[in-house]
Design a protein around this ligand. Structure first.
Ligand code: HOC
Length: 368
C-alpha cells in the first residue's frame, strides 16, 4: 500500500517511472519548445473563480448533454492515438471506463483497436481527411454502422508538428501493434524504416502522417465530410473567432477549441484563453467544447463558465490507463469529477446550468 493518488498529476508521475521512453516521449511531449503545451495548463491558473455563497449546495449534479445525448458529467475523453502503447487493453479499456462513467469517448482514427471492436456507450470517431478519399469515406461509414454518434474532424494537422523527442528517439509503433483501422489500405504499420534524416522532421510519425494526410485540407473538405456523414460533424482545432464563423457557415454541428495538446503549432495560445472569443463568434449556434491543459475540477468549472459545453481530457487518460487499465481510467475520472463537484458546491452551483460567465474573472477583465 503506497501513498494514495490525490491528484491527476500522480498518474503522470507514475507513468514517468513506468512507461518506456518511446511511448512516454510520444505521449508527453509537444511541438518544438513546448510553449503552448505548458501554457495550456498555466493559463487556467490566471482565471479566477467568483464564488457565490449561501446557496444550499447539499446536492450537486454534474449531468449534462452533448449534441443531444445525455452524459453523467461534462468531462469526456479526447482522442489520443495508439493507446495500446500505454496498456495492453488500450482503447478497449478506455471505452469500458467511459461507459462505466456514462461519459463520451472519442476514438482516434489512429487507434490500435478497430472502430468495430469498441463496445457500446457514447462514442465519437476522430477523423482526418486522408489522401485516400475512399478510405476516409469508409471510416465514416464504419463509424456510423458501429454506433458512433458524431465525427470529430481534426483540422490542425495538414502536417505533423515538429516533436523533437520523437525525432531523437526515431519513434516507432512497437511491431506487435498496428494502426488497426488501416489494415485494408496497407497503412497499418508506422515503421522505423520511414525515419531518415532529422533535418526535415523525419520521425517515423511525420513520414507516416505525410504519406496519409491530405495537406490541401481546406473548408471544401469540411463540406465534403458533412455531405458524406449521416451523423453530426464537429471540427477540432479551432482557435480563432474568424475560423469559428467559417466553421458555422460550413454547417458544422460543433466546434472543439483545441491546439492538439500543444503538439502541432507551438506558441499558439492556450485553449482557455481563446474559448470566450470562439463562443462569442459562434453565439450559441453550435455547441463549443475545449481540450488542452485540463487537470483540475476547477479547470473544468472555468471552461464551462467561459462557454464550453464540456471538456475533453487527453494525456491524463493515457497516464491512468498505464497505471491500471480500465480501473485506472475510472479512478482518474472519479477524482476529477469529485473535484468538479466540490468546485461547483464551493462556488454555489448545484447544476452545470448554474455555472455562468459571472462565476469567473479573466486577466484584464475590468472590475464588475
Ligand atoms: C502515426 C500517427 O494526434 C498526435 C496524433 C496525430 C499524429 C499521429 C501519428 O500525435 O498528436
Amino acid at each position: 500500500q503506497g501513498t494514495p493518488f490525490v491528484s491527476l498529476d500522480d498518474f503522470e508521475q507514475h507513468a514517468m517511472r513506468n512507461l518506456d521512453r518511446n511511448a512516454l516521449d510520444y505521449y508527453r511531449s509537444g511541438a518544438q519548445d513546448m510553449i503552448t503545451l505548458k501554457e495550456n495548463q498555466r493559463a487556467f491558473d490566471r482565471v479566477f473563480i467568483r464564488p457565490r455563497v449561501l446557496r444550499d449546495v447539499s446536492t450537486v449534479s454534474l449531468s449534462t448533454s452533448i449534441l443531444g445525448e445525455q452524459i453523467a458529467s461534462p468531462i469526456c475523453i479526447a482522442p489520443t492515438a495508439m493507446q495500446r502503447m500505454a496498456h495492453p487493453d488500450g482503447e478497449l479499456a478506455t471505452a469500458r471506463a467511459a461507459k462505466r462513467k456514462s461519459t463520451c469517448m472519442v476514438l482516434s482514427s489512429w487507434s490500435t483497436t478497430r472502430i468495430e471492436d469498441i463496445g457500446d456507450g457514447v462514442k465519437w470517431l476522430q477523423l482526418y481527411v486522408y489522401k485516400d478519399r475512399e478510405a476516409t469515406r469508409r471510416l465514416i461509414e464504419r463509424a456510423q454502422d458501429s454506433g458512433y454518434t458524431a465525427i470529430a474532424l481534426t483540422v490542425d494537422t495538414p502536417y505533423l508538428g515538429r516533436r523533437l523527442a520523437d525525432i531523437r528517439n526515431r519513434f516507432r509503433l512497437p511491431p506487435h501493434l498496428t494502426m488497426a483501422n488501416f489494415a485494408d489500405t496497407g497503412k497499418a504499420q508506422v515503421g522505423k524504416a520511414e525515419a531518415t534524416s532529422a533535418a526535415d522532421n523525419a520521425s517515423g510519425l511525420a513520414a507516416y502522417v505525410a504519406s496519409q494526410i491530405d495537406p490541401t485540407l481546406n473548408w471544401s473538405h469540411v463540406e465534403w465530410v458533412k455531405s458524406v456523414a449521416r451523423i453530426p460533424v464537429l471540427v477540432k482545432g479551432i482557435l480563432t473567432a474568424e475560423d469559428a464563423v467559417l466553421a458555422v457557415n460550413a454547417g458544422v454541428d460543433g466546434i472543439i477549441v483545441s491546439n492538439h495538446g500543444g503538439r502541432q503549432m507551438d506558441t499558439v495560445p492556450a485553449t482557455i484563453d481563446v474559448l470566450e472569443e470562439v463562443c462569442r463568434a459562434v453565439d450559441g449556434r453550435v455547441e463549443v467544447f475545449l481540450d488542452g491543459g485540463v487537470r483540475r475540477g476547477t479547470d473544468v468549472f472555468k471552461a464551462l463558465a467561459l462557454g464550453a459545453r464540456a471538456v475533453f481530457l487527453g494525456r491524463p487518460v493515457l497516464w491512468a490507463l498505464n497505471y491500471n487499465g480500465e480501473d485506472g481510467v475510472v479512478e482518474m475520472l472519479n477524482m476529477i469529477n469529485e473535484e468538479l463537484r466540490l468546485a461547483m458546491a464551493l462556488a454555489g452551483c448545484v447544476s452545470v446550468a448554474d455555472i455562468t460567465r459571472n462565476h469567473v474573472k479573466v486577466p484584464g477583465q475590468p472590475r464588475l
